[in-house]
Structure formats: C-alpha cells, structure tokens
Write a protein that binds this ligand. Structure first.
Ligand SMILES: C[S@@+](CC[C@H](N)C(=O)[O-])C[C@H]1O[C@@H](n2cnc3c(N)ncnc32)[C@H](O)[C@@H]1O
Length: 341
C-alpha cells in the first residue's frame, strides 16, 4: 500500500504532542527519584530489583514498581543483573551537583512551577502579577538548587577566563552579590576564594533567612547581608567585584541597578552579569534549551519581567559607563556579560 503522506504528517504531529506529555511525566519521575533517594539507592545497589528497592527504602512496592517502569521507560535507569542500574552518565547529570551541566535540580523548579501555572488560569484574565515574597518556600528553594550549576560554571569555567576578576577574588577582594537568593551558589564561591570578603543583597527577607541557614550549614562565616531592593542600594567605591546571577532581568529599573553597581565598585572593579541568554529572534526558540527558557518565562511574566538577550546587558553596562565589556557564552542557557569601572 502506498504511504499516505497526510497520515505520516498526522502521526508526526501526534508524536510531537505525546512527546511533550512524556517529557512532563519524566520530569515528575526525576523529581520523585531525587527527592525520595530512589536514584541514590540504585546507584549504591546496581542490579537491585523494584521489590528490593522498595524494601531497602521502606517504600510502597506498587509505587516503587511504577516509578522503576517509568524511569526505565524514560531511559534514566536500565536493566542490569535481573534488576536496575542507573543509565550511563545519570550519576553525573542527575546526581552530581558539581557537574557544570547538572540538570537534576531543574526538575524541582519545573515541578514547583505548578503553583504558578495553575494561577495563570485566572491571571490570563486579570493580568494580576506576584513577587518572590508570595511564592512558596519550595519554589524559592528549588530555584536555588536549579541555579547552583550557574555558580559551578562561574567558578570552574568563567572566572578563569576573566583574569582581572579571578585575580581580585584570589587576592581577597571585597565582593558584593546582588540578588543572592538562598546563597547556595555563594557558598561555592566563598569556598573557592576563601580570602574574599562577601556582602549580599536581596529584596526578599525570607530568601535571606534561607541564605543565612545555607551559609551556616556550609560553614561560611562573615557574610554581610542587606535586605533592600537593588534599586535602592547606596554603596560607594567599596567593592572589587559585583556579581548578579540569573536576576538582573528581574530589576524593576535596570538602568538604576546597573548605575548603583557602577557607583558601588572601586575604580577598576568588575561587574559580572551572569544570566540566561534568551534568543533574540522567534525562530531561535525551536531548541530544547530555548523551550526550557520559554517555560521560565511564564514565571518571569508573573513577576512582571522577561529573560533577555545577552546583548541587552552589554548595552546597559555601556550606558552606565562600564568599559572593556565582554560577553562569554558559557552554555546554551548561560551567558556572562562583564565590564570594568
Ligand atoms: C532567580 S532568583 C536568583 C537568586 C540567586 N542569585 C541564585 O542564582 O540562586 C532572583 C532573586 O532576586 C531577588 N530580586 C529580584 N528582583 C530584585 C530587586 N529588584 N531587588 C532586590 N532583589 C531582587 C529575588 O528576591 C530573588 O531572591
């Protein structure tokens, strides 16, 4: 029988929609597997059966079997010695937070987005927005986990390519992190550059409480904290390096925030903007990283902003008087724009 081109197209279109649903369910399976320690237990006991996995973790055997089948179907675990083992590289990609492309924490953000996606049913009509202080603790915590790999990439890949910044950090310079959130990332920087002295600012007081707890757990001492909108900070000629990670796009008044950063730096100090590089053109959105960023844009819209192309930050830095402005493309979801006072 001759192939029916229209039927083939319909099958392909149906497959595209079903693949999206499969991805959504895979996200939940990853989230459950990380949260409940199922992946960890499989890593520690390769070849473990679903029944034994349930027994080891004291979990319900039926739920555990359903999870094993789902994560096998998704390709995150595979058959081994009559049971299951992690699929190749999943220990790195899902379970190693220090891997620069670590993707495990993102599952928490994707699932924590549900509260926001549900709220959009009504907000499409009302246009109502929200802000960080009205999001769940789970959401704020998950954002900190998902953004941690940005800091890993900063420390491992980006700072070494920015000799002036690296030298200031190594020499024990004064560092200001704007919009520090839960400070999960700052703990990494503080440990990598033990001589540097840190001040952090965030506009959400509960995030700062979570940050203090995070720093205490990590044993990082001496971090000064300021609760303030970035638009209102009044530091002057104080810092050698100012960093802002995945947050400058959220500024209510970006020009003011960049000017404030300029004023807060000592002459010759560095401003490092690390953020998602949202594609400039609609046609560039048809990639997996862009689809993930488009998902994040729902939350950004809820807090009344949007992720922006890296070129936008370069222009803002130029307008505020920064010089030697450079852009580093670190990964498809990570660009750094930096300049000097
Ligand atoms: C996406 S989170 C990033 C937090 C942290 N940098 C990280 O990568 O985990 C954004 C943070 O910016 C803070 N923020 C956003 N806009 C702000 C503003 N205009 N003034 C002060 N803080 C702000 C929020 O409270 C939130 O903690």
């Amino acid at each position: 029988m001759a192939a029916n081109p229209q039927m083939e197209e319909l099958q392909a279109a149906t497959g595209k929609v079903l693949a999206s649903y499969a991805g959504y369910m895979n996200t939940w399976s990853i989230e459950l597997g990380l949260r409940l320690g199922l992946f960890d237990a499989i890593r520690e006991n390769p070849g473990i059966s679903a029944g034994k996995l349930a027994e080891t973790l004291n979990y319900d055997p039926l739920y555990t079997k359903v999870w094993c089948n789902a994560t096998y179907a998704g390709g995150f675990i595979e058959k081994s010695d009559g049971g299951f083992a992690l699929a190749p590289h999943m220990d790195t990609v899902l379970l190693d937070p220090d891997f620069p492309m670590a993707a495990g924490g993102t599952a928490f953000t994707m699932t924590a987005l549900r509260e926001h996606m549900v709220s959009l049913r009504e907000r499409f009509r009302t246009g109502e927005r929200t802000w960080w202080d009205r999001t769940s603790i789970e959401f704020r915590e998950s954002v900190g986990m998902a953004s941690y790999p940005f800091y890993v990439r900063l420390v491992r890949h980006a700072f070494p390519k920015m000799p002036g910044v690296q030298a200031a950090l190594e020499a024990g310079g004064r560092v200001l992190e704007l919009a520090c959130g839960t400070c999960r990332g700052l703990t990494l920087i503080a440990k990598a550059y033990p001589n540097a002295k840190f001040t952090v600012v965030d506009g959400d007081s509960e995030s700062l409480e979570m940050a203090r707890a995070q720093l205490d757990i990590a044993g990082v001492e001496g971090v000064q904290m300021t609760h303030s909108p970035l638009e209102d900070i009044e530091f002057e000629d104080e810092f050698d390096v100012i960093l802002i990670n995945v947050s400058l796009h959220e500024a209510r008044d970006m020009k003011k925030v960049v000017e404030n950063a300029h004023r807060a730096l000592k002459p010759g100090g560095w401003f490092v903007v690390s953020d998602f590089p949202f594609p400039e053109k609609l046609e560039a959105l048809r990639t997996i990283p862009a689809q993930v960023m488009c998902g994040i844009q729902y939350f950004e819209a809820l807090i009344d902003d949007q992720l922006l192309p890296a070129s936008h930050y370069a222009k803002e830095l130029g307008a505020a008087g920064f010089r030697d402005i450079e852009t580093l493309d670190v990964s498809p979801i990570h660009a750094i724009v930096y300049g000097r006072k």
